[in-house]
Design a protein. Structure first.
Length: 542
């Protein structure tokens, strides 16, 4: 009877043990280790998957390294399975993801991370040195939906740490960098944004200029628009902006300048360029202090989201790091350009004309991209450039603000009021863009040519006269005499405040003649014994 009782006690103790090799005994580390060792010893003909389950349970129960080493030694002594195999099994257990299984190599990690991103976002692309993520409206709990959001390499590294930081295969920064490179290579499309349709992304849809219908359309938001920003304002073509309009009237004394400002701003918002002005993507506001320039720039800050605005001065466009800051931007605002630094003509050409440029982000590889930011810069004095090419003028729209606002004209709540009528401001700009697109070019105001000439030639009176007071004539026109040119030069110099007492018929003649030939293709000839230039005429007001 006593023997039978002993057997009953053994059976009762055995019944308390968990069934199978993955049970757990007690709440202490020693008890859990003992249960796992017993599970190993209880296997009569162990299979590898059973040993994997035991090691996995030990990892799940967070056995200390010494306890795990002891468990693997017991398995080796009991089953004869090579320690190298057991170590690999252990590594696989530590690198197991609940959703995607064992992730022990760069390829599997990259595929798993990319799958998770694709679950969260409708579209992904790697372009211009960044990943861009598109979330549809209503997807997840994000406010940034309906456009491609920048997801840079630091964001990707943080994502990998958050999702897989506990996996030994991804603990090192260098390994995460390898996974990041694999992900970006799978998403790489360097020209993805090059062919983006023109348009402005708003809360109620995508406003685009339709060349066939010569007007704007409102379309539902879509990743096909490749927009990288979205303004939280609804498009309403009937909305008005009386406060904004009153401010413009105080700032500009020339109505033509207001219209030019309107056309340029509207085309910037729609990312639509008039056909004959396909390189004019920079506006220069020149005027005195307290002339309203800052307020005009701040209005544009209300019209373009902060993440789509950069502030890179044209004097820094030659540096790769600075050029990289223009990637993915809608607008580049420069609050004070200044006249003490040169604007490089070659850099201005490539950036403003949307040509492919090379750039680089800190600690990353160089990349090539096509900048599509429009540029608005304010300055008290006309800046200088080293570019005397006539094509330089075709990249800028220069507006002069010629008055200082009086204290009683300055409304400290102006921008706050304008913010309340943004729908009207947008509608006003869009109408200007439609006008420019239908015409095929911007309407250049008086003063534009003078500012550009001063940028290119500074105090060179004769060059500035040739650019602003001479024009190319048609084949049917008889040309202009050197006598008329000299008289116009004298008037121009007097308006510039220059003394003209010593002017003669040959004053500046060679310089003006050279520029007339270069700029307008003028050719000298004699008419009734008086020197003339064919293909040349005086500008109105000369």
């Amino acid at each position: 009877m006593e023997k039978s009782s002993d057997h009953d006690d053994d059976d009762a103790e055995r019944d308390k043990r968990p069934e199978g090799p993955i049970g757990e005994r007690g709440e202490t580390p020693a008890g859990r280790l003992e249960a796992l060792v017993d599970a190993v010893l209880g296997l009569t003909s162990p299979k590898l998957h059973e040993l994997q389950a035991i090691i996995a349970l030990g990892e799940e129960q967070k056995l200390v390294p010494g306890a795990m080493a002891y468990l693997k030694q017991v398995i080796f002594d009991t089953t004869g399975v090579a320690m190298s195999v057991l170590n690999q099994v252990h590594r696989d257990c530590r690198n197991t993801d609940a959703d995607h299984g064992v992730l022990h190599c760069v390829a599997l990690l990259a595929e798993s991370a990319l799958a998770r991103l694709k679950e969260a976002y409708s579209a992904l692309v790697f372009s211009e040195g960044n990943i861009w993520l598109y979330a549809e409206d209503g997807e997840g709990d994000r406010s940034k939906t309906g456009f491609y959001e920048r997801f840079d390499m630091r964001d990707l590294d943080r994502f990998l740490l958050q999702e897989y930081g506990k996996l030994p295969s991804l603990e090192s920064k260098s390994r995460r960098a390898e996974v990041s490179r694999r992900i970006t290579s799978m998403l790489h499309d360097p020209k993805f944004f090059d062919d983006a349709p023109n348009g402005m992304n708003l809360v109620n849809g995508f406003v685009t200029y339709d060349a066939a219908e010569r007007g704007v359309k409102l379309l539902p938001a879509s990743p096909e628009h490749r927009s990288r920003s979205r303004l939280p304002v609804k498009y309403d073509p009937e909305a008005k902006a009386p406060v904004f309009m009153a401010g413009l009237a105080r700032t500009f004394s020339d109505p033509a300048a207001i219209e030019a400002f309107r056309e340029f701003g509207g085309c910037m918002l729609l990312a639509a360029t008039p056909g004959l002005d396909d390189a004019r993507h920079a506006m220069l506001l020149v005027g005195p202090r307290k002339g309203g320039k800052s307020s005009l720039l701040e209005v544009f800050r209300l019209l373009v989201p902060d993440y789509a605005i950069s502030a890179v001065s044209p004097t820094a466009w030659g540096r790769d790091y600075d050029k990289a800051m223009l990637s993915g931007k809608t607008l580049n605002l420069v609050t004070e350009l200044g006249g003490n630094k040169l604007v490089s003509g070659s850099d201005a050409k490539s950036i403003i004309s949307f040509e492919v440029v090379k750039a680089r982000l800190p600690y990353q590889e160089p990349f090539f991209f096509r900048p599509t930011a429009w540029h608005i810069a304010a300055t008290n004095t006309v800046p200088k450039t080293d570019d005397e090419d006539p094509a330089f003028e075709r990249r800028f729209l220069a507006l002069r603000l010629d008055r200082t606002l009086q204290p009683d004209e300055v409304d400290p709540l102006y921008l706050a009021k304008v913010k309340c009528e943004l729908a009207g401001v947008i509608a006003w700009f869009v109408e200007g863009a439609v006008r420019a697109m239908r015409r095929g070019c911007f309407e250049l105001p008086q003063g534009h040519a003078e500012i550009i000439a001063e940028m290119q030639y500074g105090d060179d009176l004769y060059a500035r006269f040739a650019i602003t007071m001479l024009q190319k004539a048609t084949d049917t026109e008889s040309g202009v005499s050197t006598k008329a040119i000299n008289a116009a030069l004298t008037r121009f110099a007097q308006r510039e405040g220059r003394a003209t007492d010593g002017f003669t018929p040959t004053t500046g003649a060679r310089r003006i003649a050279s520029l007339a030939r270069t700029l307008y293709g003028a050719k000298p000839y004699q008419l009734a014994g008086v020197p003339h230039y064919r293909g040349l005429r005086l500008a109105p007001g000369a």
